[in-house]
Design a protein around this ligand. Structure first.
Ligand code: ZN
Length: 56
């Protein structure tokens, strides 16, 4: 996923802001990483460039 997407993404559970920890990045795209919600502390992973933002 593109880094710019981070600006429009929010926590699917509480709509809070997300922090992103990038584990792998290629050509400005995030391949692997973890979103963590600043508000409810939920974690969401990015695998193969696809953010998995399903509410838990
Ligand atoms: Zn949240």
């Amino acid at each position: 996923m593109k880094k710019e997407l981070l600006d429009i993404l929010c926590c699917p559970t509480c709509k809070g802001n997300l922090d992103l920890k990038i584990n792998k990045e290629e050509k400005g795209e995030i391949i692997e990483g973890v979103f963590s919600c600043k508000k409810c502390s939920c974690n969401y992973t990015i695998e193969d460039g696809i953010p998995n933002l399903l509410p838990k």
